[in-house]
Design a protein around this ligand. Structure first.
Ligand code: PMP
Length: 347
């Protein structure tokens, strides 16, 4: 087959394997669906919009609304069906991609797909940022930095982000702070991007906003950065139905706080209880998941699955040997997880 570019030969598939289980804690989703009354309102809007017409070319109306809500220039907002697609657009546009190891795997995957030179800087001791190594490696291109970090759940010090933002300016690169889990950490790095055109923020509606199935994310960036990303993406990229649903949640964002409150309460409880585990070790988290170290990820994963609890293995990443990632669900789901976790037998 000679249809495709040579660099795509042997491209590894995105690391996700679907499994069924009554307690689903494997995709960092919100455990709660959108509140019923908002779903009804969204359905009413879907009925009202014409399905035969294309949506706005760059989701202008929503962009305006988001910009006003976030006190961010409208020309700097890019909406897309999922922040994954924005990552791909950035990787396609980038001269080079830099990220951390371990990190959210889509950065590396997108760079590979794009054929963009790629480098990863290992995390330091205890999942800390190796700022010296990162500053040294960042010589242009795009640096993807999830904060809070996935898949460890760590939160990096603000001073480190400011230093990287300065470095981005110095070398003419772009620091992309991926704030996918920001609501669970209570962080907001808009101030980093307000003054510095070399910083962009990536956000998603898939986690705290409970809209994983709807596919929506956005980029906040300098107008010249946003323009490139918009042009790399196909026109009319945000489906009309996604836009209509987003309108409703932006008018009624109150439920998000409740999702966050519930998830954070369970996260802290599960973390505390796991500290008493005879063998497994949880890491502190600022997200809607916990990273848990076990002696054998495959055995621990299979044991949990046999008890009806599906989590995600992370042990193929360097430094995460034996690790599982457990999405935080509702109290009953976390009860089931803890029962299974404490029922595990090791010689
Ligand atoms: N960034 C990070 C750090 C994530 O963990 C995820 C989802 N797992 C995404 C981006 C992608 O989110 P979306 O659903 O908006 O594509």
């Amino acid at each position: 087959m000679r249809a495709f570019k040579a660099h795509l030969r042997g491209l590894a598939p995105y690391p996700y394997k679907k499994e069924e289980a009554p307690v689903k804690l494997d995709q960092n989703e919100s455990p709660l669906d959108l509140p019923g009354e908002l779903k009804e309102e969204a359905l009413a809007r879907l009925r009202a919009i014409p399905w035969n017409r294309y949506p706005e070319i760059h989701a202008e109306t929503l962009r305006k609304r988001l910009a006003a809500l976030l006190d961010f220039p409208e020309e700097g907002v890019v909406l897309a069906p999922g922040s994954n697609l924005l990552i791909l657009a950035l990787a396609l546009a980038a001269e080079a991609v830099l990220d951390l190891s371990p990190s959210f795997p889509h950065y590396a995957h997108a760079a590979k797909v794009a054929g963009t030179p790629y480098q990863a800087v290992p995390l330091g001791e205890g999942f800390s940022l190796d700022l010296g190594a990162l500053l040294e490696a960042f010589r242009g291109g795009v640096l993807f930095l999830p904060n809070p970090h996935a898949p460890t759940g760590a939160l990096f010090p603000e001073e480190a982000l400011w230093a990287l933002a300065e470095r981005a300016k110095e070398v003419g690169g772009l620091l992309v702070v991926d704030e996918a889990y920001r609501e669970f950490a209570g962080t907001d790095f808009r101030s980093l991007a307000w003054e510095n055109p070399h910083v962009a923020l990536l956000r998603t509606f898939s986690k705290a906003f409970s809209l994983g199935g709807i596919r929506a994310g956005y980029l906040l960036a300098a107008p010249e950065v946003a323009r490139v990303v918009r042009e790399v993406l196909p026109p009319f990229v945000l489906p009309a139905h996604t836009g209509a649903i987003l309108e409703v949640v932006l008018e009624n964002p109150g439920y998000v706080e409740k999702v966050v409150e519930k998830v954070v309460a369970q996260r802290e409880r599960v973390y505390r209880e796991l500290l008493a585990h005879p063998i497994w070790r949880p890491y502190p988290s600022h997200t809607n998941f916990l990273l848990v170290r076990t002696p054998d990820a495959e055995a621990a994963f299979r044991h949990l699955l046999s008890q009806g609890v599906l989590v995600r293995r992370q042990d193929r990443y360097p430094g995460l040997e034996g690790c599982l990632r457990v999405t935080i669900g509702l109290k009953e789901e976390m009860d089931a997880f803890l029962r299974a976790a404490f029922g595990v037998a090791y010689a």
